[in-house]
Design a protein around this ligand. Structure first.
Ligand code: ADP
Length: 169
């Protein structure tokens, strides 16, 4: 029997966008089990609490709770080192999404540092569909705050939560 391959997809998911969902769907084609790690990320001053972000990710994936593309999915919060969390889940791959050149420098550094921490775990980069490649949680929050329409970037339920958080009806 071949070994079960586990992937770890970490992020802040503040909030989860259609770009994240697209990366999750693609990631399920490459591993047998995918752990989505929702980072506490105090430094980023998230709009949503850790519990809220975890809940939103779980809600987005409720249709595929039983699995997708033969891959089971688990959503877990984490507040320790990314590599330690990946190890705790016995992941052999870390999944990251790559948008534009702007993501590259940060991701390049992360891979370098993570390799020093554990050289057995590989990082793989996936690109979202053209439609979603430019979406960033940070911009979605800004648009919501400034009364803009975010329906092309997040699901209706995330949109409702965003509007509620910024005090829109
Ligand atoms: P982080 O705080 O680690 O940047 P994010 O929640 O912003 O967490 O993103 C998690 C991962 O998903 C990152 O690898 C990020 O590059 C990727 N990602 C986010 N939005 C998109 C998108 N629209 N297309 C592709 N990858 C994305």
């Amino acid at each position: 029997m071949s070994k079960k391959r586990t992937g770890f997809y970490p992020g802040t998911f503040d909030p989860i966008t259609l770009g994240h969902v697209d990366i999750i769907q693609r990631a399920t084609k490459t591993v047998d089990h995918l752990v989505i790690g929702v980072a506490i990320n105090r430094d980023k001053g998230p709009m949503f609490t850790l519990d809220e972000r975890v809940e939103m990710v779980r809600d987005e994936l409720s249709d595929v709770a039983g699995g997708l593309n033969g891959c089971t999915i688990d959503v877990q919060p984490f507040d320790n080192l990314l590599m330690h969390c990946a190890e705790q889940h016995s992941a052999s791959v870390i999944v990251r999404g790559l948008r534009a050149v702007s993501d590259f420098e940060y991701e390049f550094q992360m891979v370098g540092m993570n390799r020093r921490l554990n050289s057995e775990i590989e990082t793989v980069f996936l690109m979202a569909n053209d439609k979603y490649q430019f979406i960033a949680s940070r911009l979605v929050k800004e648009i919501a705050r400034l009364d803009g329409d975010v329906s092309a970037f997040v699901s209706p339920s995330v949109m409702a939560r965003l509007y509620e958080r910024v005090g829109r009806a």
